[in-house]
Design a protein around this ligand. Structure first.
Ligand code: SAM
Length: 332
């Protein structure tokens, strides 16, 4: 197969110049994109695209949302060969964390029922999506970005520093392209490069994975217009005091959990990082309707991370995480 220049595809598909950023910020964003783009051509990324690259672009198609699933190519009739390649391309991208998705009739039941989170988040975000410039920071496989498109934003920039997620974007673009949607190989700490630009930022499932959570919040604040809205979802712990759990080597079997705040501590963190009018909306445990192992997941899931005798605890004996939903505004 002819080698594909994914760096070039990435640079061509992201409308930085169309963002109407001031010159200095536009140059900064472009320079970082150029730098990151070369990572995509690394040989180990081949496993994500080797079948997707064999698929044609299905021109003139659309997407829709049905029963919480993002569906591409519902009206397409693929021949047997195309069906096989598509299935293989979807298998290459395992494990599917966020979803559900459906590609030309192939249902992908991801580990997370992200439609459940989206319903909660929408209660916080509406009616502000229309006409907004949005960042979805830690956008993973872009599930939420297609949900945002339904509400008429002017722009949705998905930021993900992890290369593999670009290849979901690449696959999706075989079915549906939308010039309002951009994907950037950026992490939260790169966001300040935009200057005060975004009207609405979604920051879901990332804060507790950051070693330096206050720096992450400050960098988000720097990318937001004064008065812009932050919708945040994060893991925390129960309790009325203003404290954070800082686990030892592992939490839920993984090393990448750092600070897990109580609701009061989360409020303080936001207020001390450039936000005001902070409201913590909900905090509740995750259950197996929302996160579970499916045929599209090759790794363990929630059932293996909690104490089977007492699901209020992790397997390490820490309090099990609560999911907290909060909303805050960039200080004027
Ligand atoms: C737990 S997932 C949450 C995904 C999605 N936002 C959601 O709420 O379902 C965390 C995501 O953050 C991404 N991530 C990792 N490092 C990051 C960083 N420095 N900045 C932004 N996102 C990051 C991961 O690749 C992953 O997709």
């Amino acid at each position: 197969m002819t080698p594909v220049d994914f760096g070039q595809i990435y640079r061509d598909q992201c409308p930085a110049e169309g963002l109407s950023l001031p010159r200095q910020e536009a140059e900064q964003v472009s320079a970082l994109r150029d730098q990151r783009s070369s990572q995509l051509n690394r040989p180990y990324n081949r496993r994500w695209w080797r079948n997707a690259a064999r698929l044609p672009v299905f021109v003139g198609n659309d997407y829709c949302i049905r029963n919480g699933a993002v569906r591409f190519g519902d009206s397409l009739r693929l021949d047997d060969g195309e069906q096989r390649v598509l299935r293989a391309a979807l298998e290459d991208l395992k494990s599917w964390r966020k979803g559900p998705f459906c590609y030309a009739g192939i249902e992908v039941d991801a580990e997370w029922r992200s439609d459940i989170k989206w319903k909660r988040v929408m209660e916080l975000a509406q009616p502000e999506i229309r006409g907004c410039r949005i960042a979805d920071v830690g956008c993973n496989n872009l599930y939420y970005m297609y949900r945002m498109l339904e509400h008429d934003p002017v722009l949705v920039v998905g930021c993900e520093p992890v290369e593999r997620y670009f290849f979901y974007y690449y696959l999706n673009n075989k079915f549906y392209r939308d010039s309002r949607l951009a994907f950037e190989l950026f992490g939260v700490d790169d966001l300040a490069l935009y200057g005060p630009f975004f009207d609405l930022v979604f920051f879901m499932g990332v804060l507790y994975h950051r070693r330096h959570p206050l720096l992450a919040l400050e960098n988000l604040a720097a990318a937001m217009q004064p008065g812009a809205h932050l919708v945040i979802e994060t893991a925390g712990i129960p309790g009325r005091d203003e404290s954070c759990l800082f686990p030892g080597k592992r939490y839920m079997k993984a090393p990448g959990w750092w600070f897990l705040p109580t609701a009061a501590a989360l409020k303080n963190m936001l207020e001390r990082s450039g936000f005001e009018k902070v409201r913590i909306h909900e905090a509740f445990p995750i259950d197996h309707t929302e996160q579970r192992k499916t045929e599209w997941v090759d790794t363990q899931s929630l059932e293996s991370f909690l104490d089977p005798e007492d699901t209020r605890k992790t397997v390490e004996g820490y309090p099990a995480p609560l999911r907290m939903y909060a909303s805050a505004y960039r200080r004027l």
